[in-house]
Design a protein around this ligand. Sequence first.
Ligand code: SAH
Length: 365
Amino acid sequence: MSQLLSELHNTIQKNGPMPISEYMSLVLGHPDFGYYMSRDPFGSKGDFVTAPEISQVFGELIGLWVGSIWQQADSPDKVRLVELGPGRGTLISDILRTSRYISGFIDAISVHLVETSPYLRRAQEKALSQYRNSLEISWHPDFDSIPEGRLLIIANEFFDALPIEQMVYSKDCWLRRCIGLSSSQDLVLTECQDSEDIASYLPNSIRDRASCGQVFEICPTAIKLASKISKRLSQAGIGALIIDYGHNETASGDTLQALYQQKPVGILQHPGDSDLSAHVDFEALARATRSPKIRVSGPLFQRNFLQDIGIIQRTISLTKGADSRMRKQITEGSQRLLDPNGMGSLFRVMAITEMERPIPPGFSH
Ligand code: SAH
């Protein structure tokens, strides 16, 4: 039995069944044995591949987007460029490389990376080593510890890793899905009374028309974070871009999934060694940002967003000087990001900006 599994057993034996959110937090973020804490989960040898790891074009376009938002806000000095969950640091380094071409931008920013994994933080330090002398770069354990001031926030595949709760409608009431132990001491799903009133997050449309066995997911951490982002942007300006897989409208359904060595497995298998994630409810995020000073744009399909901000033109220009192997790699990378049957429509893009500024690039259609 792995050390994490034995800790899970001890905690459940001591405290009773554990809510899904606590399980997700532990298996992903346990300081010693959590999934993200001691490994590089990305790439062909890891469990999943993210957009910036597929193609440099992704980060370059986001770099130009970030620069345009800054220009739309009258090019202020002193902006904190924040990335939530920067993984290997590929996206932020592609953003910085490109945004150097936007006059004055690089001199206006300091870089703030929100990361809990010491292992990935080291990878990020390496990816950004060339900027360490010229740019102020700092790491933070959470969004709250980012000092006040103007923020430009990027989050790619971050929100899907935040711990969700699952509510199950059973015998005329909503119960909280938890993880307990079977008589043979295996981890099993079970349902418990909702002692923390998680059901208060349920929209009326779902609460009032529930049927037996219906599952509803809520990510209180994501909702609180979206609300904090909105508050910070309304106080000091300027914007955020959230890219993730998920749904535009709040709906029922069980989307919690585990990946182990690139294959789907049960969520209770290989705790700490498999990735756990859930679809992002973009409508819930948008609801949490609501403020007269805030504009929410999207969510759009990643495909439409990237096309609108110039992926085709950038791909053509990159392939011009490249040899045939590189040409193939660059073209296939962009096709994968745009694939209508894959990432192009699975992933959604939402921007949170100041109402007084124009509609951000990529969202005007
Ligand atoms: N954005 C990157 C990586 C996405 S994977 C990319 O596109 O390639 C999720 C990232 O979020 C990892 O860096 C992980 O360590 C980090 N992470 C997950 N949960 C976190 C949390 N609660 N707080 C801070 N970082 C977290």
